[in-house]
Design a binder for this molecule. Sequence first.
Ligand code: CAA
Ligand code: NAD
Length: 294
Amino acid sequence: LRQFSLQYTMSSRSISKVTVIGAGLMGSGIAQVSAQSGYQVTLVDLNEQLLGKAVQSIQTSLERVAKKQLKDRPEEAKQLVSKTMANLATSQSAADAAKSADLVVEAVVENLELKRSLYRQLDSTAPAGCLFASNTSSLGIAELAEAVPNRKPTFGGLHFFNPVPVMRLVEAAFNQLLEFSRSLGKSAVPCKDTPGFIVNRLLVPYLTEAVRMLERGDATAEDIDTAMRLGAGHPMGPIELADYVGLDTTKFIMDGWHAKFPNVELFKPSDMLNKLVEEGRLGRKTGLGFYKWD
Ligand code: CAA
Ligand code: NAD
């Protein structure tokens, strides 16, 4: 596979206005770190309720960050929160919010057709030269970009990790997005346009293998998690991490890869995962997954 990011040389459009679409776990974090770094951010979701919840979670997360970074300087900590919040606006219209954007970061649910139809809407209003980036966990960037062929030279992958304010890595499939990631204070690695880039190609099959181990009755969820925390030094065990990522997102990733690569054993669906998602037990975000969350 050729490296998607290096196919194009383009003049650098300086970024000051960032539109983030999807105000869920990832979009709210991406909006937060962008606003914290001084970008003018518009966060978009389908309704006021979802946006209100996202703004509340950004405020809470910022307060944690400010308290940690400016422990003995409460006035500066307050200012960090208020300055960041002042850089943040919300909208229910992706097309409107893209009108003056220099960069659009898409973080809606992991569904190829939904994402493609969104890009087509954005294409009708976003300025020429506006960068389009997807935070996709598993979909091909070139495949996503097919929806907006004239935008291909300015379309890339920009993959953050959950929780965005804490995790230091960003994977970027596009040179200009590497620069943007670094401007947020993140370490950035360039990636080829391969499914799951580096981290998820390794991590998501591992999470699903852990679910299969549970399904076979080889170990309990608690023992699997304890084993990987204490035996491999991971901050969270895989069952807990699947809940943390979202069981729907984990399932969408595996279903997509299974459809594309039906003979790869590692990508085969898990009945247990499917059942939990069907029951609406999506993990931490719904309060219940493999575990009960506060
Ligand atoms: N916002 C701001 N700060 C936060 C935060 C948030 N949302 N979540 C945690 N923190 C901060 C806390 O304030 C805390 O700061 P102090 O060190 O000052 O106390 C610090 O992070 C650690 O948090 P906690 O003490 O609450 O809990 P913890 O030590 O168990 O760490 C964790 C929590 C950072 C989530 C850690 O368990 C961890 O790293 N887990 C693994 C996460 C991971 O693997 N993420 C990748 C998922 S895969 C993915 O994202 C890609 C995909 O496409 C699916
Ligand atoms: P999420 O379910 O928490 O949030 C998705 C949000 O998108 C929801 O608030 C939903 O209302 C909104 N949305 C759906 N359609 C929309 C539309 N047409 N316009 C505007 N908003 C719309 O999901 P998430 O975990 O934040 O994942 C978002 C993306 O990031 C996915 O592509 C996922 O694969 C990827 N990702 C997830 C993680 C993770 O750990 N959860 C990590 C990295 C990347």
